[in-house]
Design a protein around this ligand. Structure first.
Ligand code: FE2
Length: 375
């Protein structure tokens, strides 16, 4: 039985569920989903929009008894219980794309670049222009994995102020800020002049800091150039070219450890993390702190072969975007995706970066708000 038609949308009750039809497309919506998402004041708090009941409060055998479309709304009555509610059709049909729109973390929301020349075309963003209009730079972090700000005040502590333009500093045992320069008794190879191959930071934390910011206060060193590699692109390439290796790296937990200054950190995770639908979601790659569990020898050998293949993709010169951070340059990057590297440098020339960690949820929240406001 078809109901009234509103803007070409028709509703029918089929087997106790609702079928919406419009322009030759149909969407089937189970009764339990409709009841669970009922927006009326008996079901949701008017101010917060939060749900007022629990799944066990709903009849397990709930069905839609009657459905009709009028004035851009779908009206339904349920049985048993007789609860009535209505949905704005725009909102309801928008739900179909809701998951995709909310997911800013997996490869679904990204533009992958296995060739650094693609990312090299992105222009740095001037600090003053960023402050006036931050959304494009934040969107670049989501889609490309990094953004380079220029003309940021090269002052001690400023890097946390950059993080606070979109979110919150993630304080760790390194403090709110860490200095990247040569130190006399370094607790980390980052604080030496040695070359550092592409890696993600702090894989031994759970949860991992999902964003890193590096502000250059001063760089007169020979060398010490910075590099970025798209870890998602390398993982996608491995999936394409060697599925067995990809499957091993996504299903074998490895351990990451850090000891120092009274701290004992550890995490047990795969190198490549997937979401529940097998999309690439998180890379943790750090040759300095990763340890492969000593299990079945054949599996250990196969793991090392897969690990080497992935490393070869990440270390390909073509995959690495190189640039030299100058005074006032601030690199913001997704520490779950963009690997960073640096070439060796001489201690005498002087190179001083300040870094801080932050989290993607803060950046993503700010970006969603700005884009909702059309800014
Ligand atoms: Fe690092």
């Amino acid at each position: 039985m078809y109901s009234q038609v509103s803007r070409g949308v028709e509703a029918a009750v089929i087997g106790g569920d609702v079928r919406l039809s419009a322009d030759g497309r149909t969407v089937d919506i189970p009764a339990i989903w409709l009841r669970d998402n009922a927006p009326d004041a008996d079901s949701r708090d008017v101010l917060s929009g939060q749900r007022l009941f629990d799944i066990v409060d709903l009849p397990a055998d709930i069905r839609v008894e009657e459905a009709s479309v009028a004035e851009d709304r779908l009206r339904v009555r349920f049985t048993p219980g007789g609860h009535q509610t209505s949905f704005a059709l725009d909102t309801l049909l928008g739900e179909v794309n809701q998951v995709a729109n909310l997911d800013l973390r997996t490869e679904r929301a990204k533009r992958l670049w296995s060739d650094a020349a693609r990312a090299a075309a992105l222009e740095p963003v001037e600090w003053e222009s960023y402050l006036r209009h931050p959304a494009p730079a934040l969107r670049q972090v989501v889609e490309w994995g990094f953004v380079l700000l220029q003309g940021v005040p090269a002052e001690a502590g400023q890097v946390t102020k950059v993080a606070e333009t979109f979110g919150y500093v993630r304080e760790t045992n390194y403090g709110r800020i860490f200095d990247v320069r040569v130190e006399p008794n370094p607790v980390n190879l980052a604080f030496t002049g040695l070359a550092i191959t592409p890696h993600t930071d702090n894989p031994y934390r759970e949860p991992v800091p999902t964003l890193q910011l590096l502000l250059c206060l001063h760089n007169a060193a020979d060398g010490g150039d910075s590099g970025m590699v798209d870890g998602f692109a390398a993982a996608a390439e491995l999936r394409e070219t060697d599925r067995a290796a990809f499957d091993l790296l996504t299903s074998t937990p490895v351990t990451y450890r850090y000891r120092g200054d009274g701290t004992r950190l550890g995490a047990v995770v795969p190198l490549i993390g997937l979401d529940a639908e097998q999309r690439i979601r998180e890379i943790r790659f750090n040759n300095r702190s990763m340890q492969v569990p000593l299990t079945d020898p054949a599996r250990v050998r196969a793991f090392y072969t897969a690990y080497r293949s992935f490393a070869e993709l990440l270390y390909k010169p073509r995959a690495q975007l190189n640039f030299r951070l100058e005074t006032g340059d601030c690199l913001i990057f997704d520490n779950t995706r963009a690997l960073h590297a640096r070439t060796a440098f001489a201690a005498s020339g002087g190179r001083h970066l300040q870094g801080t960690y932050a989290d993607l949820d803060g950046l993503n929240s700010t970006l969603r708000r700005l884009e909702e406001q059309g800014r």
